[in-house]
Design a protein around this ligand. Structure first.
Ligand SMILES: Cc1cc2nc3c(=O)[nH]c(=O)nc-3n(C[C@H](O)[C@H](O)[C@H](O)COP(=O)(O)OP(=O)(O)OC[C@H]3O[C@@H](n4cnc5c(N)ncnc54)[C@H](O)[C@@H]3O)c2cc1C
Length: 379
């Protein structure tokens, strides 16, 4: 259930074991969520946002699942699909905080959001992004590169960008963004949103408002056991509490590491958990003992567009001038690795446009003195 990062990795693991698998997805497309800030900001083309699921798996069913039982899923139109095992990977959705005027904001979570936002950003003269986490920071970076005359405000409630990452990473993001004339408001509170912009600490920041203030799983709508944060409770084999043949992985599952700490919602965790859940689903079908899954977040790679970015990989932070050229290359390398895992060698043709153009002209990866908009792919 769900053809995102966790779902397609689960499907690939199940297919590799020779068990037939069907992916049920409400849109029928795989969204490349980690590319969406570049698409919305305008440094990557709209076609980079998603691909039909048939590009990666043979059996696809388009439909939104409303009910999950132990061994079946039911869709909005009443169709029920019965299976030996179910892997729930329906992702997350933007949180809707109780802020006045929240109905005026734009979101960035799906390919559809990214393509719509890309059009709006292209027509705007000012952009106000609320939330200085990975989504907000990446969108601010891409929009500032693709539209140099756009006024960009980035509003964050805490004292630093990229909370949860080492301070140097947040400071590095601020350095790059301010170099691009993004105005970073730290420790700033949004009073309300209006049709004209966001009122922040009493001042109206005019512009298109994007709410990048977090995501939640809201899995209780499927009548599944959930943790306080709305994510599905799973055991160490990623099996849903109280279920025999239902597994959950990715943003929708309350994953924990070996020390019992909650793990963040990330593509990295979704990929590893999806693969593990797929393998354990096969074991459950075959009556074999399930494997304990050891998950951990190894770090973060943040691509700010314009061939600059930041990374934290274990104890190593890539944040300084010069080192900031490496994260965008890592981001593209991870994207290629994921494509290989879900679709084999042929899937590499779905690499992002900047990577495809790099194959066409390898010298493009040579750093230019100033970040250049990818003008040829931005239109
Ligand atoms: C803009 C942005 C940038 C990000 N960048 C990074 C990054 O650089 N690195 C990183 O590690 N993480 C990043 N993340 C987080 C990461 O993308 C998510 O953690 C990841 O997508 C989770 O994968 P998933 O498979 O759980 O969910 P998704 O990839 O969202 O897939 C969920 C799928 O389920 C389908 N679905 C949902 N509901 C139903 C239903 N009822 N019935 C059927 N199908 C359904 C959806 O259509 C979708 O295809 C980013 C997130 C955003 C929003």
């Amino acid at each position: 259930m769900g053809g995102g990062y966790a779902g397609l990795h689960a499907a690939a693991a199940i297919e590799r074991s020779g068990v037939p698998v069907t992916v049920v997805d409400r849109t029928g497309r795989h969204d490349f969520v980690t590319r969406l800030a570049a698409v919305a900001g305008g440094t990557a083309p709209a076609e980079d946002a998603s691909r039909p699921l048939e590009s990666f798996v043979d059996r696809v069913m388009v439909g939104a699942v409303t009910e999950v039982a132990d061994g079946s899923v039911t869709m909005t139109d009443g169709r029920t699909l019965v299976a030996d095992a179910v892997v729930v990977t329906a992702g997350s959705a933007p949180s809707r905080p109780p802020v006045d005027g929240i109905e005026f904001v734009h979101h960035l979570r799906s390919a559809e959001d990214a393509v719509a936002l890309r059009r709006s950003v292209g027509n705007a003269s000012s952009l106000v992004i609320v939330g200085g986490g990975a989504t907000g920071v990446q969108l601010a970076g891409a929009a500032a590169v693709a539209h140099p005359s756009l006024t960009v405000h980035l509003v964050e409630a805490t004292p630093g960008l990229l909370q949860g990452l080492p301070e140097a990473v947040g400071a590095g993001a601020r350095r790059i963004l301010e170099h691009r004339d993004v105005t970073v408001h730290l420790g700033a509170g949004v009073d309300r949103i209006t049709a004209r912009g966001a009122v922040v600490d009493g001042n109206l920041l005019e512009g298109l408002v994007v709410w990048a203030g977090g995501f939640s799983a809201m899995a209780d709508r499927y009548d599944m056991p959930t943790a306080a944060d709305g994510r599905i409770l799973v055991d160490s084999a990623l099996r849903v509490h109280g279920h025999e043949r239902t597994f959950a992985a990715g943003d929708i599952a309350a994953h924990r590491n070996g020390r019992d700490d909650h793990l963040p919602m990330s593509a990295q965790i979704a990929v590893r958990a999806g693969t593990a859940a797929g393998r354990n689903a096969v074991r459950a079908v075959r009556g074999e003992p399930l494997e304990t899954v050891d998950l951990r977040q190894l770090g973060w790679v943040i691509d700010l567009g314009g061939r600059r970015g930041l990374a934290q990989i274990g104890p190593i932070n890539l944040t300084t001038v010069g080192a900031d050229l490496i994260p965008p290359l890592l981001h593209d390398a991870i994207d290629l690795k994921d494509l290989l895992e879900i679709g084999g060698f042929l899937a590499l043709r779905y690499a992002s446009a900047p990577v495809r153009s790099l194959f066409a002209n390898p010298l493009r990866c040579w750093p230019s003195r100033t970040p250049q908009p990818l003008a040829d792919v931005a239109g």
